[in-house]
Design a protein around this ligand. Structure first.
Ligand code: SF4
Length: 389
């Protein structure tokens, strides 16, 4: 039982957002107290976005899987010469984007390793051959290509970004993202998840999220749970996101992602977070940020993913009818019809959103040009994805 201390007596609307102390207590609550936490989180979600849960219909474009970092949980990254190492050509990007367009997708999610050319001469040579000096320059050009040649809207996820690069990418994509993952700098110590991953230093990632805020760019971020952090670290990571959003108002979505074991990773013997841990983290995220979009990927909690709706999520993230989840290829995305049926069974209507959320459309459109033109065609009156006639 959660003891009847002042921090836990009230989870009503008036008591929100939660304090750090209350969040640290509730994230550890017993199974007996969990229904009370979930019920408060679900009620907060219903006040924020009643009876709806969203997803983004996307294609996944792994522009390059070369990466200069070596995260202990990653199966995506490759070194040059490894089986499966690949940098997509512009033709490949366009081919996948056009296939996605035919299947009703509206998002081109660019996921890629962080600045591989700094470590690998082979990547510098690939970029030189393509006519670019850096991976970010190539990414910018591919976002522009997709925006110009298709109806898809790019959402890049390229790792750490300087203010200058955020500004440049914001001209060719309505939103972008960087997972904060964890504020625990101890994860960089030898043998920990971010040993050999210099770009996962929390201060550097906070700076990117803050720079996006200063520039008014709609931004997706979130935490990764189960990589060696404590539950207090989870709360502190959520609080850091909340603080940045309070200052700049630019966090369009907070992802709560759970670590999953894979047989080939350095962390293959580490325990996975349980569904109960996911529910507690999602519910506390909702109660810390009652008016922020909270997402959890369904494929990483299958087959029980609909239980995450009980914890207060209002979004399933990107779902592709075409491309696999290249980050977790062994965990297929559910079919959209199945996602809709299971969401409906929990009282939610499933809506297709754009990569940029409805409430951030105006900020993205303010950049003008082709981006504004594409957004006005892609969005319906409520800011969701316009349905094909
Ligand atoms: S998680 Fe991202 S930054 Fe880390 S190794 Fe994989 S691709 Fe690189």
């Amino acid at each position: 039982m959660v003891p009847e201390e002042p921090w836990c007596q009230d989870l009503s609307e008036a008591s929100l957002p939660l304090s750090r102390e209350a969040a640290c207590q509730w994230i550890r609550c017993s199974d007996e107290d969990l229904p009370r936490l979930l019920s408060a989180a679900r009620a907060a979600k219903e006040r924020f976005k009643p009876a709806v849960v969203t997803y983004s219909r996307k294609v996944f474009l792994p522009l390059t899987n070369l990466c200069r970092d070596y995260c202990g949980y990653c199966t995506f990254r490759r070194d040059p010469g490894d089986a499966g190492a690949h940098t997509m050509t512009p033709d490949e990007v366009l081919e996948v984007a056009r296939q996605g367009e035919r299947l009703g997708c509206t998002e081109a999610l660019f996921s890629l390793g962080d600045k591989p050319e700094l470590l690998f001469p082979e990547m510098r040579e690939t970029l030189r051959h393509l006519g670019y000096k850096s991976t970010l320059q190539y990414l910018e050009s591919m976002c522009e290509l997709v925006l110009r040649e298709t109806t898809l809207l790019p959402h890049p996820n390229p790792g750490l970004l300087s203010a200058e690069w955020i500004e440049r990418l914001a001209r060719v994509s309505p939103s972008m993202g960087l997972m904060l993952e964890s504020l625990n700098a101890g994860l960089l110590r030898p043998g920990a998840a971010h040993d050999k991953a210099p770009d996962k230093e929390p201060a550097k990632r906070l700076r990117t999220v803050e720079d996006a805020g200063r520039l008014g760019v709609p931004f997706t971020t979130g935490l990764l749970i189960g990589i060696g952090e404590s539950v207090e670290d989870r709360v502190d990571t959520l609080l850091a996101i909340r603080d940045l959003h309070a200052r700049y108002g630019h966090i369009q979505e907070v992802i709560v992602q759970n670590f999953r074991v894979k047989p080939t990773i350095p962390m293959r013997d580490c325990p996975e977070p349980t569904l109960g841990e996911m529910q507690r983290t999602v519910a506390v995220a909702r109660l810390l940020m009652p008016k922020v979009n909270i997402q959890a990927p369904p494929n990483l909690s299958a087959p029980y993913y609909d239980d995450l709706l009980d914890a207060g999520i209002n979004d399933w993230g990107g779902i592709s009818p075409l491309t696999p989840d290249f980050i977790n290829p062994e965990k297929p995305w559910p079919h959209v019809e199945q996602l809709g049926a299971r969401s409906a069974a929990k009282g939610h209507r499933l809506e297709q959103r754009l990569p940029v959320y409805p409430e951030f459309l105006e900020a993205a459109s303010a950049r003008g040009g082709l981006l504004q033109e594409r957004l006005s065609k892609a969005a319906d009156a409520e800011g969701y994805a316009r349905r094909a006639a």
